[in-house]
Design a binder for this molecule. Structure first.
Ligand SMILES: [Zn+2]
Ligand SMILES: [Zn+2]
Length: 200
């Protein structure tokens, strides 16, 4: 049946046919295990039209998540933790209330360390491909950070509010966030980082 392979084609006649297939309870075999509710953005869009839902996941696809609503905070972070966590010049932090983030499937491994401010930074990455997907900071106990590049296309749907830790910004990076901070409001150092993570 043609509906089995075309569920990601919106706004076509096939789209209408897919909806008919959903409506009569047929599984869509384009999605793993026919689990359209977990995988198919089209399915969610149709079935939950009033909810602002975004999905994403790791590079290999094992870890998948979805968020509801708008993020509480967004920032580009030039700190050494984000530079080493990503292997890039900066991290993109998209924070949601933890209850607005649902991990649909996939295995995560946690790595926790103590920050210069004395808090705990727990990064959560895919055990298969190593993508850094989530993190939690004790300084923001109600929030879960999501790595901004892991959202499904169009990945950068959220508004970027600020840049933090510009003290370690790469000289070739230019970002036009409205607010820029040399460190961040939550930064309150009580101990020195190891040499490779030092920001000064
Ligand atoms: Zn993965
Ligand atoms: Zn950072």
């Amino acid at each position: 049946m043609s509906h089995q392979v075309l569920c990601f084609e919106p706004q076509t006649r096939v789209f209408q046919f897919v909806l008919s297939a959903f409506d009569i309870g047929l599984p869509c075999r384009a999605c793993p295990a026919g689990d359209c509710a977990a995988w198919c953005p089209l399915y969610r869009k149709v079935k939950m039209p009033d909810v602002d839902v975004h999905s994403g996941g790791c590079q290999c696809g094992a870890v998948r998540y979805e968020t509801t609503g708008q993020p509480s905070k967004t920032a580009v972070c030039h700190c050494r933790y984000c530079q080493t966590r990503t292997g890039s010049a900066f991290g993109i932090s998209v924070y949601f209330p933890t209850q607005a983030v649902t991990q649909l499937h996939g295995a995560l491994k946690d790595y926790a360390f103590t920050t210069a401010s004395g808090g705990t930074f727990t990064t959560r990455f895919c055990t298969n491909c190593g993508t850094s997907v989530f993190w939690n900071l004790t300084v923001f106990p109600e929030l879960t950070g999501i790595a901004g590049g892991t959202f499904d296309p169009p990945s950068f749907w959220y508004e970027l509010k600020r840049e933090v830790f510009t003290r370690t910004q790469a000289p070739f990076v230019q970002i036009d966030a409205i607010e820029k901070f040399e460190t961040s409001a939550a930064f309150c150092p009580v101990q020195a980082d190891p040499t490779h993570l030092r920001g000064e």
